[in-house]
Design a protein around this ligand. Structure first.
Ligand SMILES: Nc1ncnc2c1ncn2[C@@H]1O[C@H](COP(=O)(O)OP(=O)(O)O)[C@@H](O)[C@H]1O
Ligand SMILES: [Mg+2]
Length: 269
């Protein structure tokens, strides 16, 4: 196995008009690694994730996928020369994305939600696509819901269909943007379980999450972002147990207090 990062960001920057929302992000993601991005709302987590597959065009630095430059014809800081859509699609092929709001088509059943991208993007026959889609639904435990429409599924099930759709293209990296934050609390666990099983299978993942306990358990690396920068990054034991920056300490404080309260109430009762 090579030690080339499967996904590499170098000095990645992004501005919306005068608002520079990413200010030079460096990140290496190795095959099989699970990297979680944490940070306050508006710190640029979603933008960073979307730049990793060029759903959003970054305008400084470089994103490399398996050693290939994503989005532009040449590296460097000068004016960016956008690559053709065909080459962008080609470079990003190993990556798929899971969205916060699921982004399912309401007029298609679960099977077709998963199968249709294979027909459109992978030019697969409808029959092969449906077969692959059914296998993907099986991986998330929803083959029995293949005929159900999104409105007939719980939020947790809808997100599991979203994950099946991401899996069906046989990605090498999955990007997940707050996959459980649109869910009622009692539905969070079933989605985390699916993500945990992917982790156990060795899937490479970059995930934005506010589920700190989950992040602490599942991650190889945690990245704390604030105002478009990476403030602190490292293994979970370091970020959660031996926090270096006051800013991260402050960010984690409510979570730490909540976990302590729960245990002291447990002792009291
Ligand atoms: N499409 C957009 N147009 C203009 N500003 C945007 C857009 N998307 C995000 N932003 C701004 O970029 C900043 C970072 O947003 P985002 O990446 O969504 O942060 P996070 O995911 O950490 O909450 C915010 O100030 C947000 O308002
Ligand atoms: Mg976000």
């Amino acid at each position: 196995m090579s030690d080339l990062p499967i996904l590499k960001l170098r000095a990645v920057g992004k501005s919306y008009g005068d608002n520079r929302v990413l200010k030079g992000i460096d990140l290496d993601v190795m095959r099989g690694e699970i990297v979680t991005l944490i940070g306050p709302s508006g710190s640029g987590k979603t933008t960073a994730l979307r730049c990793m597959n060029f759903l959003e065009a970054y305008d400084e630095g470089e994103v490399w996928i398996k050693g290939q430059l994503l989005g532009y014809r040449s590296a460097g800081r000068t004016a960016k020369d956008r690559d053709s859509e065909a080459s962008i699609a080609d470079v990003r092929r190993p990556i798929s994305m899971v969205f916060q709001q699921f982004n399912l088509w309401p007029h298609m059943n679960a099977l077709d939600n998963v199968a249709t991208p294979l027909v459109l993007a992978k030019k697969m026959s409808r029959r092969d696509a449906r077969e692959k889609a059914l296998a993907a639904l099986k991986r998330v435990g929803l083959e029995h819901k293949a005929d159900s429409y999104p409105a007939q599924l719980s939020g947790g099930q809808q997100q599991r269909v979203g994950i099946a759709r991401a899996l069906a293209i046989e990605p090498e990296v999955i990007l997940l943007d707050e996959p459980t934050s649109a869910l009622d609390p009692e539905l969070v666990e079933e989605v985390l379980n699916v993500i945990r099983s992917l982790a156990q299978e060795g899937m490479t993942m970059v995930m934005v999450t506010h589920e700190m306990s989950f992040a602490a358990k599942i991650s190889d690396k945690v990245v704390f972002m604030e105002a478009g920068r990476i403030v602190e990054a490292g293994p979970p034991a370091q970020l959660f147990g031996n926090t270096r920056t006051p800013r991260l300490q402050q960010f984690l404080k409510p979570w730490l207090e909540r976990s302590l309260n729960v245990s002291s109430e447990g002792v009291a009762s």
